[in-house]
Each structure stands twice: as structure tokens, then as C-alpha cells.
Design a protein around this ligand. Sequence first.
Ligand SMILES: [Zn+2]
Length: 433
Amino acid sequence: MLSESHLHFHGCVRPKDLLRRLAASDHALWDWYEAGMAAAYGAVPPTRQVVERYRRGDAGAAAEFEDLFLFHDADAGAFARFQAKANLLWVASAEGNPDAGPEEAAAEVAELAAGIRADQERQGLAYAELRISADMLPVLSGGSGTGVIERFAITLDRRDPWTGWERVRDLALGPHGAVLTGIDFSGMEEGRPPKDQAEFFAAVRDFNAAHPNRALAILYHVGESFTDKSLESTVRWVQEAAESGAHRLGHAIALGVDPGMYGAHTRTEPVAERRDQIAYDLRHADGLRAEGVRVDPPSLRDELSRLAALPDTATVTADYDAARLDDVRRRQDYAMGRVRASGAVIEVCPTSNRRIGGITDPACHPVHRFLAAGVPFVVSSDDPGIFGTTLAAELDWVCAHTGGGSALRRRLIRSGWENRSEALTGRAPTTGA
Ligand SMILES: [Zn+2]
């Protein structure tokens, strides 16, 4: 029973299916793609020419295209690079074609879905949850046509989830609602703290209580990218997302990554984040101390009064040495306990974490800490098409690098099934097929 919990629809498109679409398109936005690649990589790859050669029947073009499209280990290190390569998925999309109407957009989704479904069947998946836009649900809701059970989560805008929520509610209660089992928050994390979603999450919980048969799981990417704040703050963000009621947390690297990986370094964060962190430390002082974290309320209160004079957007600096990195490790232990108590489940995507998250040393990957602390997690592949991976390969990575072997593999496969969205919201039984 292989279950995929964390997939983005376009991220599942395999190179050969994308190449076929690009070759058939007469409105490809090559200039846009090439500008993005030039900005992210400092050079423009010959993708446009390779597609042209494929069109003319060049037998070697498909392999060359695959190499140009896939986001490899060697590409890792910057989200902008991932975005630039992923743009290729939209180069020939109906969205970018002013002459294309909703019928063309629907036909495009159906064609991509056919390739994705065939691929998932080849992988031997029993179940797949795909993150999509609201417009795609009516096109996709008719069933996979394969042995794979399909469920969907609609991606909402972190900046303003309310705008899309009305449509999601209508879809959930309408004829396509049986296969809509979640909502997803992805895209840029920086500057969008989970605490801003508390009111929205409460509205989703109210909806779920009123419509238990159409309840929606909250799937929240958090702690994946944290360039704008202290390590303490990013650990807090993961805990806050879990305690606000998210059912599954995407990646949550910050919660369990070995802080030693970052070495001695300096970070900055907005004053507003530091104030929130101080409030957190005061509120959780007992629990943090029990894990060995140093908490000194009088000096925190002093700092708070000094910060009161500064605007929210002013920044404060945090210097990390070995002692402070150890302190972060103990904070993670505390936060992992809180996440475990919240019932939230983490989605671990090893290849994505390596290439987007920059966790290149397997020994530093958060999965070791999640296992040690008993934090529930599922393994998934995020964007198997652009990463050139499969769920089996992701499971292999976890079992090999943790030494868990086949016993762990069996446990993780069971966890994938038990923690699917419809089970977490009580719409379907946890166990059994
Ligand atoms: Zn994702």
C-alpha cells in the first residue's frame, strides 16, 4: 500500500511528457524561461534548441532535454534555481497563452494528468494526494482510471487564504467534494508567520465540525526555508503551525535538522520576530528549562523594553557559536515534544530537502531526530517529475541512512496510509484499505 502524501501536480510531470507538450506548442514563452535561467544560473541553457531538434526527429534530444529539465544535486543551494527550472512546466501552458480559453486549460490539465497517472501506476502506488489549484478539481475529480486512489488538496495563498476559501468551501460541499480532502499552504514562507493563520485555521476547524463528511485537512509547508530569521524563531514557527491545528507539516526541516550543520554564523531577523520569540520563551520557560534551555526572564523583559522603542521592521542580529547551536538543539527537543502532542504529522521529502533545503549531509537530515523523538512522519517525494525520483527511492533513502532497514520501511508505508488527509480528519478509517 504505497501512499504519496505530498505531491504538487505539476511537479509530477515527467520530462518526456513535458517535452512532448513543448514540441507541440506554438506559443512557448521561451524568452521568459531563458530570462529566469540567466538570472538564477548566469547562463541560458540550450533547452529551446534541444526541443527544436526533438521536433525534427533527433533521437538524442529527449535524453538531453531530461538532463536540462531535472533539478539535480549539483543544482542545489538556491530556491531561485529550482524556480527557474520549474518554469519550464509553464512555458507552454494555456495560462500563458492569451488565445487559450478555459477549454484549452482543462484539456492541458487532463493531458498532464494522464501522464502522471500512468507514472503513478508504474510506480505501484495505491494512493496519491495531489496539491492543485481550485480550477483543476472539476477536471480531475472523475477518478484516476487506474488502480491508484486519488485525493486532492487545493493550494491557498498564504498572504490571504480567505479569498480562495469561499470557492474551496463550495467545491468541498459540491459534486467534486468527495475527492477533495485537504487544503495546502506552500510558496514563499518568509514574512508569513503561522500565527497569522490562527484565525483561518479556526474557521477551517469550524467548517470541519459542521461538515464531518467533507472535512479538510490543513497541509502546511513550514520550516523549509528560513533565511530571514533566527534558528530559534524558525523552530517556534513549526511548533506554532502544529499547535494552530495543521494536520500535516511540509518538511519542517527546522524542527530536526542538526544545528551544527550551519556552523558558527550570524543571522538577522525583524524586531517583530524577536519580540514574538521573547514572548514564546517567557510562555514556555518551564518546558524549555526542562530540556536544558537557558531562560532568564528578567533579562528577556529588559530586552523587550529596549525593543519597544524600535519599529517592527528594524532588525536584530543573532550570533551562533557552538553553545548557542547546542541550545537550539535542546529547543528542537522541546518543540518536537509539543508537535508530537499536537497530533501533527510531518512530511519528510529527502530529495527535495537535499536539493531545495540544502541538507546535503545525510547525517544532518531531520529524520534522525524525528525517529529518536517519536515524532510521527510520512515519506513523500514532493516533485518527483522535476527531481527524477520515485516514492520507493525516497523510502530507500530514509531506510538506508537511518539504518532502519525493511522493518522501518514497513512502518513508514503503514504511516503513509494511516496519515492520509481523509484519515486525519476522521472522514475515513485510519487502517484498512
Ligand atoms: Zn511541497
